[in-house]
Design a protein around this ligand. Sequence first.
Ligand SMILES: Cc1cc2nc3c(=O)[nH]c(=O)nc-3n(C[C@H](O)[C@H](O)[C@H](O)COP(=O)(O)O)c2cc1C
Length: 177
Amino acid sequence: MKIVVITGSAHKHGTTAALADQFQRGAAEAGHEVFRFDTAFQTVHPCIGCDQCRSTGCCVFHEDDMKILNPHLLEADAVVFVSPIYYYTINAQIKAVIDRFYANDAALHGGKKAILITAMADTETDAASGANAAFREMTKYLEWDNAGVLNAKGAYTPGDLSKEDLDYAYELGKNLK
Ligand SMILES: Cc1cc2nc3c(=O)[nH]c(=O)nc-3n(C[C@H](O)[C@H](O)[C@H](O)COP(=O)(O)O)c2cc1C
């Protein structure tokens, strides 16, 4: 299975990076091929809604780093979104990438599985409700199968991550079929 992991955080050794690493370890053990795109270290211009992609088939920002991600995204059997919770939803870096799906909207429809992994300082799962709702509606719209959600709460830093959450991230990768 070809899997694309899209992370949002600028913390190279942060909380969500640790969860992404665990996911990838599980996925590698299961024999999956993983391409990871760390949005915080790439240049991805936010969509400006100009609709040029609708008339020409090409995004006005087609020369930025979405050109690295797009071929992998189009081929992927599964897409995994890994984001810190910023003000009750995913962070801006990962949202910019998702908005740029618009240029390939039709081609991206159907035939993929999707997973959401988040981490937050809050000890209430409600802190991730915005991210979870966006993920749920987006996957419904794109006709992708929801293959799992992990909301690691009480995790301000990687050291706060519970063994249970780290194990679950690993299992999401290992059990993805
Ligand atoms: C700008 C900003 C906004 C945040 N907003 C929230 C929030 O709404 N709820 C929450 O529980 N944690 C919030 N946090 C804490 C992060 O989600 C948490 O520290 C997380 O572990 C960071 O993951 P990372 O190290 O992968 O970036 C926020 C952190 C920052 C920097």
